[in-house]
Design a protein around this ligand. Structure first.
Ligand SMILES: Cc1cc2nc3c(=O)[nH]c(=O)nc-3n(C[C@H](O)[C@H](O)[C@H](O)COP(=O)(O)OP(=O)(O)OC[C@H]3O[C@@H](n4cnc5c(N)ncnc54)[C@H](O)[C@@H]3O)c2cc1C
Length: 388
């Protein structure tokens, strides 16, 4: 009879490796039989994760730069703000993969295989993972592959797509203490469009051309926008592109199932579990929060199933409302974020977008944007109209 693992990790990207690492830090789980399946070797520095949090997070030692001061620009608003509690942080995925894999290599009970998963199914109290060549079995599967993604299309999903360049300039032109969260002073012909600029030194910055629209652009369009911004807005004439990253993140009204199977033995984590925030595309901090709760649950009950709290459902409704407003073109992202940054203290906006605000702040935030589009979309989302 083939071996049954305690846990199979289907996918070993951000969510899979975060959970694996944090699980193996717990003495009660260090002896578990674990199989990790991914078709890709996690050796590339394939993405840069930025997020904000208060205090130190579980991967603090990997933070390569952080900012206490951020900027927001739009044709109507210009704000530079100092955060009291939050810090905006950057982690390179290459550092993250290397750190986690180095730690995990010390465990002989964790096995890695490089195979493509074609199916995952619950069979009674076990779960089978099929890779075409092999079938593996476990008590629980933590899935972060796209196998169970819901149907996404132009009616229910905006894409956050971006091309980012790490540029090294000849002259010291940046202030590494201040990041630009959103610069909307750009043509908005395609839809919500902004630049994101994160200087890590006086001559080095990540400059990212970002859009929230239904379709991705031709590669050339991102490049033209980046070149023009770097030359005309940043005033930089001479630079080298040290690293490039392109990404597409779903901002969707479609529902990502948190778990599957009658006995809830397939646990979706990461984007697959709905931990990409629909209204912003940020995922890192929500993955870590989910994993934190999952581990508490696992230790207390032996089950990793985490049900959303009332507050989480409320934030999900805010998210869906915001996506519905932009998707149905009732307001643009530039208009919404300008209203917010004009009237609400920026750190409170960040608290709201981190699902960490209080009722009073949410009341202020709701009042800072035009009521009709949000009430309309909010009721629609509450009633589940057009839900998929
Ligand atoms: C370029 C880029 C930049 C981003 N920047 C940020 C950011 O700054 N802040 C933020 O919060 N979020 C960011 N995100 C969004 C999000 O954090 C990442 O997409 C994150 O990696 C999602 O984690 P995950 O574990 O769900 O998916 P992934 O990290 O993509 O992991 C999924 C894993 O499953 C494997 N896999 C998939 N299908 C199969 C299969 N059939 N069989 C075997 N293995 C499979 C993949 O190889 C991969 O390793 C970014 C995304 C991209 C693409």
């Amino acid at each position: 009879m083939s071996k049954t693992y305690d846990y199979i990790f289907a996918g070993s990207g951000l969510a899979g490796l975060s959970l694996l690492y944090r699980l193996l830090k717990e003495p009660g789980f260090q002896h578990k039989e674990i199989l990790v399946i991914d078709y890709a070797k996690k050796t590339q520095n394939d993405r840069t994760w930025c997020f904000w949090e208060k205090g130190e997070g579980p991967f603090e030692s990997l933070v390569c730069h952080e900012w206490a001061r951020l900027r927001f620009f739009s044709p109507q608003v210009f704000k530079v703000f100092e955060m009291r509690e939050y810090r905006y942080k950057m982690i390179q995925s290459g550092d993250f993969y290397a750190h986690v894999l180095d730690f995990v290599n010390g465990f002989s009970n964790v096995r890695f295989v490089e195979e493509k998963i074609v199916g995952i199914s619950e069979e009674g109290e076990k779960v089978s993972v099929d890779t075409g060549d092999n079938i593996y079995s476990a008590d629980y599967v933590f899935n972060s592959t796209g196998l169970f993604y819901p149907k996404m299309n132009e009616d229910n999903t905006l894409l956050q797509h971006f091309l980012g360049w790490f540029i090294l300039t000849e002259q010291p032109v940046f202030d590494p203490e201040v990041g630009t969260l959103m610069d909307f002073t750009l043509p908005q012909d395609h839809g919500t469009t902004f630049m994101y600029v994160l200087p890590t030194a006086s001559n080095m910055a990540l400059v990212e051309y970002t859009l929230f629209t239904e379709r991705v652009l031709e590669e050339k369009e991102y490049e033209t926008a980046l070149k023009s911004y770097i030359r005309n807005k940043l005033g930089v004439q001479a630079y080298d592109i040290k690293h490039k990253e392109f990404g597409v993140i779903p901002m969707s009204l479609a529902r990502f199932p948190a778990h599957l199977g009658k006995n809830k033995r397939i646990i979706n984590i990461g984007t697959a579990g709905g931990y990409t925030k629909p209204s912003t595309g940020y995922t890192f901090q929500f993955v870590q929060k989910h994993i934190g709760r999952l581990l508490v649950q696992l230790k207390q009950t032996g089950s990793p199933v985490v049900d959303p709290t009332f507050r989480e459902r409320m934030f999900e409704w805010y998210d869906r409302t915001l996506v519905d407003v932009i998707l149905n073109k009732r307001l643009t992202g530039e208009q919404i974020f300008s209203f917010l940054f004009k009237q609400v203290e920026p750190e409170r906006i960040l608290a709201f977008l981190a699902n960490e605000s209080g009722f009073l702040e949410e009341f202020k935030i709701r009042n800072s944007v035009p009521q009709f589009p949000f009430v309309y979309s909010g009721i629609k989302q509450l009633l589940g109209v057009g839900r998929s």
